[in-house]
Design a protein around this ligand. Sequence first.
Ligand code: FAD
Length: 566
Amino acid sequence: LSSAFRDNQSHLKLVLLCTAVSGGGLWAYGESVAPEEAVTEKKKVVVLGTGWAATSFMKNLNNPKYEIQVVSPRNYFAFTPLLPSVTCGTVEARSIVEPVRNIFKKKVDVQFSEAECFKIDAENRKVYCRSSVNNNLDGKEEFVVDYDYLIVAVGANVNTFNTPGVTENCHFLKEVEDAQKIRRTVIDCFERANLPDVSEDEKKRILHFAIVGGGPTGVEFAASLHDFVNEDLVRLYPGIKDLVKITLLEAGNHILGMFDKRITAFAEDKFRRDGIDVKTGSMVVKVSEKEISTKELKNGEIKTIPYGMAVWSTGIGTRPFIKDFMAQIGQASRRALATDEWLRVEGCNNVYALGDCATINQRKVMEDIVAIFKKADKDNSGTLTVIQFQEVMKDICERYPQVELYLKNKQMGNIADLLKEAKGDDKKESIELNIEELKTALSKVDSQMKFLPATAQVASQQGTYLAKCFNRMEECEKNPEGPLRFRGEGHHRFKPFRYKHLGQFAPLGGEQTAAQLPGDWVSIGHSSQWLWYSVYASKQVSWRTRALVVSDWTRRFIFGRDSSSI
Ligand code: FAD
């Protein structure tokens, strides 16, 4: 009986059963229990995905007037920030996943289908899906779902930049299965190198772990692998421990380019001290079964590096069916689904997109920035004092934290230079402000660029925001002028989505983490590692996974990591 209570349909059956048993009869049930809302037609919302964006939407949606159909090839949510820890057995794969059915709100009518969408027909409001369950369904593996509202939260693909040999020979670190496969391969490399009759050179090759991409994921994996090797494997494989090598290949000039310079410098320095070979300015151009070819960006020299295991972690790309959908709605030239600031996909109705598969069109943001500058230039002189300039920048960065992040990545040419100048030590009293130059600088920003970072933080904030809009949608439609707190400027019924950056972590191994928190506050070391533990324990999606993750960390502290290759 208790399990029957877990979903609404079973609840209905249970009430019928109880009514029959008590001799009450169906008519009495219909009169006394069925609420008026039950007969009003529910709006059908189809949610694609069970990742950060979709799950946070589902967790925060509490309006029972929707009928929700979730479609995803995964029937679980995975806590991706802990995937690098899974690669080395610091935490177990099952500890970071939660079945989505446990996450859905009981009071909302939710159906889940383990399937992947392969086509969206926005004109006829249909999504075409294919079952992911691996059995013979006699041609029933494909089905069509109608929607009133569609929420696209399908994340992204790995991006190989069409580099030859990557798909065939490299590991990726995107899904739980990837992390499990990496864990097995690392151990397999040690076992292979430990076999008799393997030459010294071959042992060295097999024990060479190459990581491509010096972003947060590549860096964290390199650090985790280094810890795993030095804290656990060296003890178990004493004969080959000195042959192990970890190389981190990065095409840019530095690793962790999106972090504060202090963090970048610390990470590079720590990795050098740890013996991790950091090769910057080195672009991978081809990967074969046993060798990686790189092009040195400073002199164009091509080098080949023998390797035993390679992990490719260079960024994300668009899923093929999303590309088809983008072509259908006139967004073929973009890299991600463009939405407005209310997360509505441009070019079609009732479709929302969030998380890694989407990007907010920054045209409006650009216009706003120019307007803020113009407003600050009260006397129309074309100049601002340094103080005025700093205030303007503060205002812009407060309104659009993504601009601050973007400026830090120095991708905005003139504005970044102006900012540096204003913040720098030179005692200039005023800054020339050429609006035309400003506009040119802004227009240089690639419109295809993803302004907001592709992070769980963004995806989950967008999911929460959209759920809140959906919770109030009907109320706001009935009362368009609505309570002011729902509306932003303009005539839209909801305030636009605003991202709140809460900081970012870069675990560097050896129980040290770099933390970059809002307000340019940087902390590196063991204390930040404890902050990392606390934040990631608190961010777990359920008490069950929280308990599992904390117990995995404790187990690792006491017994070390498990090195069996199952
Ligand atoms: P996802 O979480 O990827 O979810 C996409 C969902 O769509 C999945 O459920 C998938 O099964 C489903 N799906 C895929 N194809 C289809 C289809 N055809 N039809 C229906 N459903 C489909 N971010 C941070 O903020 N902090 C971190 O520390 C951090 N660490 C990371 C570490 C790693 C190793 C990785 C890979 C990512 C990390 N990220 C981190 C980034 C973060 O995981 C992503 O930004 C986030 O997952 C994006 O959320 P999403 O909902 O858009 O996509």
